[in-house]
Design a protein around this ligand. Sequence first.
Ligand code: NAI
Ligand code: OAA
Length: 353
Amino acid sequence: MRSFVVRSVESALRRRGAASSNRRLFSSDSVPERKVAILGAAGGIGQPLALLMKLNPLVSNLALYDIAGTAGVAADVGHINTRAQVAGYVGEEQLGKALEGSDVVIIPAGVPRKPGMTRDDLFNINAGIVKSLCTAIAKYCPSAVVNMISNPVNSTVPIASEVFKKAGTYDEKKLFGVTTLDVVRAKTFYTGKAKVPLRECLQLIDVNVPVVGGHAGITILPLFSQATPAGNDLSTEDIKALTKRTQDGGTEVVEAKAGKGSATLSMAYAGAIFADACLKGLNGVPDIVECSFVQSSITELPFFASKVRLGKNGVVEVLGLGPLSDYEEEGLENLKPELKASIEKGIKFARDN
Ligand SMILES: NC(=O)C1=CN([C@@H]2O[C@H](COP(=O)(O)OP(=O)(O)OC[C@H]3O[C@@H](n4cnc5c(N)ncnc54)[C@H](O)[C@@H]3O)[C@@H](O)[C@H]2O)C=CC1
Ligand SMILES: O=C([O-])CC(=O)C(=O)O
């Protein structure tokens, strides 16, 4: 299985033209030790994400933390014969051990939506969970890269930044809101609609659609005008429908699951892609670019999702928005008030509590 995974990753990299610089990283002796911790590891996202991180040859230690249920997940995933050593940690008294020495901490802890709820409806419960987990990160692994999955991402990332500022450990280059699922959805929906060449269609990896803004409703702004390969035959109506479907992707899953939670499997896939990109960046692989919700100055808002270049210390460069269509310009202006309010809500919560 391991060699299968390594071969798959290598061939994906080769398709991206980056194989030669990376091949050395996958030869067993030269791969650096990297510890990844998942907080909320026994949950709907946490379990498949633990599986995918166990399959990632860049991970040497995988710490699975939750308030319950991690012993079983760790025993199960730990039997897979890949590189990462797996350990389960349960309850607050074991959180420090789970975090110590972590290079990347992924946070899918918290409650998911039910039909009829917005992501912001999760704020009251998830804000406190994120705040306490980030307090522990500041104490036990202050230099780790943090991948925030818990919703509402538009507020939980600002909460994390305030907690780290209070603790004196904030490094804006290392805090990421995970918006990769929006990109994954935009690619999937675009590939289904655009008449892109079949050869490209067969490899979703070769299709790209930047998604900017935030991670809730209209704050999710896919830039189909920049999609590659170009979908020349798309009408304005097609673009509007694709944009709406991407913005409502989470709700589509929440409704289909009818009370049994939100996206877990596609989120685990997206989370694994983003964590892998962070690990490659830390390991010095060049040209790693993913969209993420980060501290930003590309608009007047203090946090914004856009393409980000990743490197040995996290963010190397927050890339600009590039040329936008009139429809995208309008979407950008429309999303700003909601995104601003969600950011301010998170900051206020962290300052007042
Ligand atoms: N960023 C994104 O694109 C997405 C974000 N999400 C969000 O991810 C979060 C998790 O979703 P699911 O895994 O489906 O929920 P879930 O309820 O299945 O799992 C959450 C896990 O968090 C654990 N947990 C609760 N409090 C904790 C604490 N203090 N410390 C550690 N673990 C704790 C629970 O025990 C549970 O195992 C939700 O907030 C959801 O909205 C979901 C999909 C996409
Ligand atoms: O919609 C939700 O509540 C979960 C989520 O963020 C997504 O699937 O994009």
